[in-house]
Design a protein around this ligand. Sequence first.
Ligand SMILES: Cc1cc2nc3c(=O)[nH]c(=O)nc-3n(C[C@H](O)[C@H](O)[C@H](O)COP(=O)(O)O)c2cc1C
Length: 413
Amino acid sequence: MADFSEPLTFRHGATVANRFVQPPMLTNSGEDGFATEDTINYWQARSQAGGLLITGFVYVSENGGPATTWKRGREQLAAYDDKFIPQLAKVAKAMKSHGSKALMQIAHTGIQANYRAMTNRPVYGPSALDFPFLPYKVHELSDEQIRQIIKDFGAATERAIKAGFDGVEIHGANHYLIQQFVSANTNQRTDHWGGSVEKRFNFPLEVTREVMRVVREKAPADFIVGYRISPEEIHGSAVGYTWHEATKLVDRLTSENELDYVHLSMPHYDAKPGDAMLSDNGADDKKYKDEAQPLAKLFQPYLNGAKKIIVGDIHDRQSATAAMEMSDLIAVGRENLIDPLFAQKLMSGKDEEIITEATVDQVQKTHLTRGLIDTYSGPEAAIPLPGAANLKPLHEGFGGWMEMNYPENDEMK
Ligand SMILES: Cc1cc2nc3c(=O)[nH]c(=O)nc-3n(C[C@H](O)[C@H](O)[C@H](O)COP(=O)(O)O)c2cc1C
């Protein structure tokens, strides 16, 4: 029987009170990169959502965000300057107010920084490719810029320490810059940073090394460092990398660094090879569906002492129990947007009190941010939320990528 309430201790000594995690989810509540009252109230309401709580991604370089943002005040949070520390500290304090561990997810958005293009600022990626799904240009990062971004990951980690977070999660998943370097679809460089699978691993390896260096020097001994990865990147016939390559990367990351955990980002906790990339359609060639075992099991031999988190459509006792059988920790995303007491209710056997659909009353009571309300009350969201249609009366305007009006400027194609 899965015991969700059993504490877990990471290799550097930090203990979480139970097996539930709130995975990183953007709150789209930042203003010029600063957390707002909206961000803090959202986290206060979610402070019991799991023993481990992870912020939505926070961008580490000025040129590393925001992304998927459609207007000022609906942005992601930033950590590229010390000026962000006081507001980040308020976020950490709200997250920790019921004794949970709070982690900051650190990221660079790379080619996904669409709000930069909208505001006439250059968007960078590993290679200057013409992506048909992006309305703006992508510029190639220079070697010097890449080395600066690696340092920025370290500096953002130091800011997370100063802001009172208990750890950081390196965002190597979901098509952001780290994954863009690993993927053959987005990285066509031929220097130190690309040209072979091994060279495509150099960026994630050097980012992780830098983060660990800062942690050893500046953080308390039990500071948590995790790494999030998408187990494969397969868009139909365009293959960025397969799980065979991703397990090699995880093996290197965890054997060369004492990571506390690896977090597999999947649309479903039980995803198999060929269908594991969030918001992609999966493989259209059977040869990529080469294993019947879930990815959660296939990655286990490569963890070298790191714990494992899995995620994806865990929303009731049945799915939580099945996921716990394959993992140390389980992350509950959208269900915590709807009912942040999901984990508490499951652990105390009050399953019938779990709320599974968003309603106006529920999102107001649980301080869902204005940005997320707009995202889900608009015409369509990339990752659907049960009950989203109930939120239509709350819609205040743009709700995301699909509704964006791109301006005409030099950075547009
Ligand atoms: C609104 C929203 C924002 C998200 N933002 C992030 C993010 O900042 N970083 C990240 O790694 N994943 C992000 N994700 C993915 C989630 O962490 C999670 O993997 C996904 O929602 C699947 O879990 P679920 O089925 O429990 O919702 C986001 C998901 C949602 C719904």
